[in-house]
Write a protein that binds this ligand. Sequence first.
Ligand SMILES: NC(=O)c1ccc[n+]([C@@H]2O[C@H](COP(=O)([O-])OP(=O)(O)OC[C@H]3O[C@@H](n4cnc5c(N)ncnc54)[C@H](OP(=O)(O)O)[C@@H]3O)[C@@H](O)[C@H]2O)c1
Length: 361
Amino acid sequence: MDSKSTSLDFAIIGHQESWQSITSFINGIRNASIEPLPVDKIKDVFGFMPPRDLFKITLKSKTGNEVNGVFIETFIDPDKLSARYLKTNISKVKKAISLASKLNAKLATLGGFTSIVLEGSRNEFKDISIKLTTGNTLTAGFILKGIEHACVQYDIRLEESNVLIIGATGDIGLACTHYLKQKVSTLLLNARNQRRLETLATSLRNEGVNVFCDTNLESLVPKADIIIAVASSKDILIGNTKNNVIICDAGYPKNLENRLLKKEDIILFHGGMGIINYGYTFSPNYKPFFYNYPVDNVAHGCVLEAVILAFEKKYENYSVGKGNITPEAISNIYQWALKHGVELAPFYNSKGLCKLFNTKV
Ligand SMILES: NC(=O)c1ccc[n+]([C@@H]2O[C@H](COP(=O)([O-])OP(=O)(O)OC[C@H]3O[C@@H](n4cnc5c(N)ncnc54)[C@H](OP(=O)(O)O)[C@@H]3O)[C@@H](O)[C@H]2O)c1
C-alpha cells in the first residue's frame, strides 16, 4: 500500500484468527498466475514479517459523513497467542502503533488480542500524539445487545436467567458482569485465577448480586441458560449444557464454537459484531480474500469503535485497559453507533446465519 498518506481518521491494528484465513488472504492478493503458496511455506515466514499497512478503508455514516482508515497487520502467529509469547507479541503491537503514528492516524484501535499492550504499557505511549483505544467498550455493547435481542428472539426472560460469563475477570468480561449484575437472576462467573474471581464475586455479593464463581467450568455450565464466552483461550472444552442454551462466543479466536461436546439444542452466535449500513469499502479491494462473514458489511466491535469515534470526531483514549468500562460508556458508544447507521450484526456462526433451536452449530 502507498504509505505516504495525509492524515487518516483511524488505524486498525489487527491479527489473524487462523492459518486458514491467512492462507486465503495471502494467496488471494498474490498474482493469480503464480502457484498458490502452501500453508507450511506461509507458516515459515509469516511470524517474521514486521507490521505493515495492508489496505485503506472508507466508511460512510447515515449522516453523510465519511471517514478513512488503514488496516495494519501485526503478523502475530495465530498459534502463539499464549503468555509464553507475550514479549514478542507486545513488541509487534508496539511497532504497529509506531507505524500508525507515522501514517498520521489520529486514533488507533487495538483489535482482538493486540489490546494487551494497554494492560501494562500505556505510559510508554504518553509522548506520541496518536490516541489509543482497545475497542472493548463497543465490543461489550454488541455482546450485551446481542444477548438482549436473543432473549426477545428466542422468548427467554433475561431477569429469570442464569448467565455464565467465561473470562469474567477480563476487560470485556468485567464490562458484561457489571452491565448484567442487576438484570439477571444469577451470575455464574468463571476464569482460571481463583483469587481474582473470588475478589470479584465478594464485591458483587456486597452489592446484593446473586453470584456463584468457580474456576471449574463444568460445575457452572449445567446451571447456565445463557453463556457469554470472552476468554482469551482456545483450550476450553464444555459439555453438559442445558437444552436450548444461548451461547454468545465473542472470543477471537473463537473460544467455544469447536469445543462443545454437546452440539444439539444450542444456539451459538459470534458476539461483539456490528453491521455497517451506509458504506464500507477497502482499497485495494481485498474484501474477497480478507472478509469471510455470511452477510455483507459486518465488522468486529473493536474495529467499529474507532470508526464511531471518528464519525463523532472524538479522537480520544476511549477504552483504556482492564476494568475501566462503565455501563454508561457502553450505552454512549452504542447510541452513537446507531446514529451513524451501525447496528448489531445478525446472528451467525461458522455455518452461516443462525436458525431456530434444534439446529446443530
Ligand atoms: N468480537 C470482538 O469484536 C472482540 C473485540 C475485542 C476482543 N475480542 C476477544 O475477546 C476476548 C476477551 O478479550 P479481553 O480484552 O477481555 O481479554 P482479557 O482482558 O485478557 O481477559 C481474558 C479473560 O479470560 C480469562 N481466561 C483466559 N484463559 C481462560 C481459560 N482457559 N478458561 C477460563 N478463563 C480464561 C482470563 O482470566 P484468567 O487468566 O484468570 O483465566 C480473563 O478473565 C479475547 O479473545 C479477544 O480477542 C473480541
